[in-house]
Design a protein around this ligand. Structure first.
Ligand code: NAD
Ligand code: MG
Length: 390
């Protein structure tokens, strides 16, 4: 029997690559999708998707958009609005949820999916950055585990599998260094969105590409790994592989390194997740070992990266601190892409967010609403700081 899947963020970079694979994978039946504001993508997709099983759809549009889609596709239930993604996950008859939404918007559906015991295939790292503790509580209650799609975390999962329980010395996360590798902060004061969007090895959505240029992405990935594998994010070693061939590694106590090595193609980790960690074939091009150039594995001083240090500081503060930082970063990235603030203001916005009030774990207000309020408040404060003239 095929597995029923809900694909969130279907119109994005990861979402469309997942659709490439699902088109050829008869073990899944796609029963629901979500998109943001790309409604022409949604209309084309619903008209052309080969299966007719899609019954539940979320779109980030108006009541009029919903009415138009209902008249075009009368057999589909449509959802919208701030709580709509949570309702979609609750109502859609899917046992598997692949979350490829970008940003805080992805947290609610991850939280609801984990609360309902659904299997979560996770690209939306922000879910764990802002609310990893809440999600982990739900996973534990349902004896579930997240299957990671982020390439470094899929690599860790594969290496842990290969380790077969042998004692681990440390996790080593790789980093391409992004477009501004070895540049000092003062050299970055005038960089343009175009320069920041030119990632050396991966083609991704705009927000994660800017996060890779600032290195907030690497900071977020440390926290993501912390929640996924039950480790201290600051114990993870960061190494630079400029070619992104080594997707990450672990060092065993017996001195053996286990590493995931392969082309920088997200079809690999998405295929790994869709195979539920069991392995897949025919998803990425197999390369002869001799054709994969060696790596220099340059050392990296995480203490020199303001983004990594700010994220680790937010993690130590706990509670809603990283929800505020994530929101400040999302708003600042947006403003930078609109050329309304300089690149370095992204760090300033994140630093500012760590002074915002925090609701801690254990406080009676702690929970989804507290994270959502911290997110809204941080966005408002950052917009006020940069857009309102004194
Ligand atoms: P993207 O911008 O290309 O796509 C994002 C998707 O989310 C789109 O479908 C968009 O319509 C939807 N969306 C955006 N805002 C929304 C909102 N408010 N409500 C509902 N839907 C909304 O992004 P991407 O590069 O595909 O990244 C998706 C996620 O995967 C991110 O969390 C990113 O960090 C993670 N990730 C991406 C890559 C990659 O190679 N692209 C690699 C690892 C992890
Ligand atoms: Mg990654």
């Amino acid at each position: 029997m095929s597995k029923r899947l809900l694909l969130l963020g279907a119109s994005g970079n990861i979402g469309t690559q997942a659709l490439d694979l699902l088109e050829k994978d008869s073990s899944y039946e796609l029963v629901g999708v979500s998109v943001g504001s790309n409604l022409s993508f949604l209309e084309n997709f619903l008209s052309s998707w080969k299966q007719s099983a899609i019954t539940h759809v979320y779109l980030n549009g108006s009541e009029e958009d919903i009415a138009r889609f209902r008249s075009l596709f009368p057999n589909v239930f449509f959802y919208r609005g701030e709580k709509g993604l949570g309702e979609l996950v609750k109502d859609c008859p899917a046992d598997y949820v692949l979350n490829a939404i970008v940003g805080f918007a992805g947290f609610l559906p991850s939280y609801v999916a984990s609360s309902l015991g659904k299997t979560l295939l996770l690209a939306n790292k922000e879910s764990l950055v802002v609310g990893g503790a809440l999600i982990n509580e739900q996973l534990a209650a349902h004896h579930q585990k997240i299957i990671p799609i982020d390439s470094e975390h899929a690599a860790f999962a594969k290496c842990l599998d290969a380790a077969g329980g042998r004692p681990i010395d440390r996790f080593i996360i790789t980093c391409s260094g992004g477009p501004f590798y070895r540049k000092t902060l003062s050299e970055l004061s005038n960089v343009t969105p175009e320069a920041a969007l030119s990632h050396p090895t991966w083609k991704m959505g705009k927000k994660i590409t800017i996060d890779s240029a600032t290195l907030f992405n690497k900071g977020f990935e440390l926290v993501e790994a912390g929640y996924l594998f039950g480790i201290d994010p600051s114990s993870i070693e960061v190494r630079v592989d400029r070619r992104s061939h080594v997707h990450s590694a672990i060092l065993l106590k017996d001195g053996t390194y286990l590493a995931d090595v392969g082309p920088s193609d997200m079809h690999g980790p998405i295929g790994y997740a869709l195979s539920l960690g069991k392995g897949h074939s025919g998803v990425i091009e197999t390369k002869d070992l001799a054709s994969i150039p060696g790596t220099d594995f340059e050392p990296f001083d995480a203490e020199e990266s303001p983004a990594i240090q700010l994220v680790l500081q937010g993690y130590r503060l706990g509670g809603t601190a990283l929800a505020s930082l994530n929101a400040a970063n999302e708003e600042a990235v947006h403003l930078f892409l609109e050329k309304r603030i300089p690149f370095l203001s992204i760090y300033e916005a994140a630093r500012l967010s760590l002074s915002f009030p925090i609701v801690k774990e254990g406080d009676p207000r702690w929970g989804y609403e507290a994270l959502s309020e911290a997110d809204h408040a941080a966005r408002a404060a950052i917009r006020k700081r940069y857009l309102e003239k004194p």
